[in-house]
Design a binder for this molecule. Structure first.
Ligand SMILES: NC(=O)c1ccc[n+]([C@@H]2O[C@H](COP(=O)([O-])OP(=O)(O)OC[C@H]3O[C@@H](n4cnc5c(N)ncnc54)[C@H](OP(=O)(O)O)[C@@H]3O)[C@@H](O)[C@H]2O)c1
Length: 284
């Protein structure tokens, strides 16, 4: 029986797919639920075929386009079904929200002249509304997690860990070059959502008036926003001149290895933080 179940939202390519690969290779058998916009996607189905030979059920692939809110209820039920099939009274141990778009045109704005309302809305839907509503629909299964991530003990003080993949470009403090309007704004909003969720679900109520989504016996949930670093993708390549000369470019493998190792060291003290791929805080 797998030791933990992790859901990777936006797993058909790039960093999301690399998370799936590395989690499946973990020594403690991990069950992964991977989402993609269409289940006809070869990249995930090839991986699924590879793991069908394994004696333990390891990988489920579910369809989810985070722009389509009408898919969310049935998606929630499908996740419950995947967990029921494992025949254990347990929920999700970790959710990683990874899907994003840079910009609908794939050319980020380098001037206010390029900024359009429709583009801002599209980027916001995928990068902010998506992760927030996926968390909402999965809240009950997340509360039933027994996280074996981020804690060396099996009796972790939190039920589940939610990692929202953000970006260093969201740091207001570190913004020295400008541009990337829709993307920067969306990731900034995602960071605020992460902090809000940590406050609502990361602690017991202090008084009758405090905002708290936990019941008396619920364990808290641990939320972080994490930047994968600058990862060598085609898109990043095109905009290389916008990065500092000494910027360090990571491969997908390196970035995900570092993030997983940082995730393994998280504790409730990190709730609501914005961290880099090594687990070091980034100023908001
Ligand atoms: N690469 C970097 O240097 C870098 C730097 C900072 C932060 N990040 C963050 O790291 C995360 C992964 O980035 P990446 O470089 O791996 O990007 P990527 O290769 O472009 O992957 C993006 C993923 O999001 C999915 N997606 C897009 N729109 C979606 C929608 N409407 N519904 C569901 N899924 C959707 C894509 O699915 P399809 O394949 O079906 O389109 C794809 O799986 C993102 O959150 C990004 O902001 C990346």
């Amino acid at each position: 029986m797998p030791k933990a179940t992790v859901l990777i939202q936006g797993a058909s390519s790039g960093i999301g797919l690399e998370f799936v690969r590395q989690l499946l290779k973990r020594q403690a058998p991990t069950h992964v639920i991977a989402t993609c916009q269409t289940t006809n996607d070869d990249r995930l189905s090839n991986l699924q075929k590879e793991y069908l030979k394994s004696s333990i059920h390891r990988l489920d692939v579910l369809e989810l386009d985070v722009r389509h809110q009408d898919q969310f209820d049935s998606f929630g039920l499908q996740v419950e079904q995947c967990l029921n099939d494992l025949k254990r009274e347990r929920g999700l141990d970790m959710l990683i929200n990874c899907a994003h778009i840079w910009h609908p045109s794939n050319r980020v704005e380098t001037s206010l002249n390029d900024v359009l309302s429709i583009d801002l809305n599209d980027v916001y839907q995928v990068n902010v509304v998506g992760p927030l509503l996926v968390t909402k629909i999965l809240l009950n299964v997340l509360k039933r997690g027994r996280s074996s991530f981020g804690s060396p003990s099996s009796n972790a003080p939190y039920s589940s860990l939610i990692v929202n993949i953000s970006a260093e470009l969201a740091s207001i403090n570190n913004n020295n070059v400008g541009g990337w309007y829709a993307y920067r704004l969306s990731k900034c909003a995602l960071n605020m959502a992460t902090k809000n969720l940590a406050l609502e679900f990361g602690r017991q109520p202090t008084d009758d008036n405090s905002i708290c989504g936990l019941k008396k016996d619920d364990k808290p949930l641990l939320f972080v926003a994490m930047s994968p670093g600058i990862v060598n993708t085609q898109m990043i390549h095109e905009y290389k001149k916008l990065f500092p000369k000494d910027a360090h470019f990571l491969t997908k493998t390196e970035s995900v290895q570092r993030m997983l190792s940082a995730i393994d060291k998280l504790s409730l003290k990190d709730n609501g933080k914005f961290l880099d791929f090594n687990g070091k805080p980034i100023p908001y």
